[in-house]
Write a protein that binds this ligand. Structure first.
Ligand code: SAM
Ligand code: SF4
Length: 341
């Protein structure tokens, strides 16, 4: 790293795990809080972490910069809802110094409710793509699924992002009884606006107050349904994440499928996640955790911080083993909002 904290692009990636997987993608949660309470993600009466346990904007910057110095080339800010975190735009502004250095992509996953007022600034700061989560186009169903959200705000956000020149990708969690009814409308909505759309199988993370098996819709089933009206061609393309893509002949655009439940993708996993409290999780589906907040806060801790990251990455678990069973307890007590997907 140079004295300005900008990372040298020529620096080799030291983050290779015991299975030979090269870790180049960090998803950093900047808050566990959110303005929505999606039924598959959170309980209605979520208890959030005390604010003093959450890393400051300056600490988040130092942490992300350490990962970039070690070889991370793609950084996604997530949450909770990243755009409700106070100071998050200062963090984007500061992290953007690495673009053109070691960092190739700075991006975010958002529920879109605050996107309308931030889209221009994000584009100015070098963000090129944004993932927006959208499970339904029906305002009443949106309110029910998010337990409080206003669909119009998300629509405004998507429009503002496109107008600002951001490439938008939609993410929809596949939910039994809901997604089957809307899948063609969602694809039409995305593809006629030049956006790809990815469907995600719901994962059993955290108690959300409903039985997961009633929510779970295997993507093989959804894919079969899509195939009754549209022609899908496997592309083999990857965008650095876990999605596998098929192209729709009739629209020319892509549909992604993320299938952690029915088909594991762990063998090619290049990702690690850090919670807003500075805990590194090298697998979304395992309990493994390494505290980075202590080395981050220790005097002159940059070396210790990098050593702690490298050691935890080396021991990244081979993969997850999610199972959804009726009345089953969650695979992990941790909610998705703690790590941001
Ligand atoms: N609040 C932002 C959003 O909703 O886009 C970012 C955080 S959210 C936890 C990231 C992604 O995880 C969203 O696309 C959301 O739909 C997805 N997600 C949340 N809970 C999930 C679960 N139990 N299984 C699968 N995906 C989930
Ligand atoms: Fe909030 Fe995103 Fe979780 Fe929905 S999925 S409750 S928007 S963190």
């Amino acid at each position: 790293m140079t004295s300005t904290g900008v990372v040298d692009a020529a620096r080799p990636c030291v983050m290779v795990d015991l299975f030979g997987r090269r870790i180049s993608y960090l998803r950093l949660s900047v808050t566990d809080r959110c303005d929505l309470r999606c039924v598959y993600c959170m309980a209605e009466d979520m208890t959030f972490l005390p604010r003093n346990e959450i890393l400051s904007i300056e600490e988040l910057d130092r942490l992300a910069s350490a990962f970039i110095a070690l070889g991370v080339t793609k950084l996604r800010l997530t949450g909770g809802e990243p755009l409700v975190r106070k100071g998050v735009m200062d963090l984007f502004a500061s992290l953007s110094r690495h673009l053109g250095g070691g960092l190739r992509e700075l991006t975010l996953t958002t529920n879109g409710t605050q996107l309308a007022r931030h889209a221009d600034a994000l584009a100015r700061l070098g963000v090129r793509r944004v993932n927006v989560s959208l499970d339904t186009l029906d305002a009443a169903r949106f309110r029910m699924l998010t337990r409080r959200g206003v669909l119009g705000a998300v629509m405004d956000g998507i429009r503002a992002a496109s107008e600002a020149g951001l490439k938008v990708k939609l993410n929809a969690v596949a939910l039994a009884g809901t997604t089957e009814r809307e899948v063609f409308d969602l694809i039409h909505f995305a593809h006629t606006r030049g956006m790809d759309i990815t469907f995600i199988e719901t994962m059993p993370l955290g108690d959300v107050g409903v039985d997961r098996i009633d929510q779970y819709l295997p993507l093989d089933e959804l894919r079969q349904l899509i195939g009754t009206r549209l022609t899908l061609i496997e592309t083999g393309e990857r965008t650095g994440g876990p999605a596998r893509y098929a192209r729709v002949v009739e629209t020319g655009r892509r549909i992604g499928f993320i299938t952690p439940m029915s088909h594991s993708f762990c063998e090619s996993c290049n990702r690690v996640r850090v919670s807003a409290t500075g805990v590194l999780h090298t697998c979304l589906g395992q309990e493994d955790a390494a505290d980075l907040r202590a080395p981050l806060r220790a005097e002159g801790g940059e070396e210790a911080l990098r050593a702690a990251i490298a050691e935890a990455v080396r021991a990244k678990p081979r993969g997850h083993d999610f199972v959804i069973a009726r009345n089953g307890t969650p695979a992990l007590a941790r909610h998705m909002s703690a790590l941001g997907g």
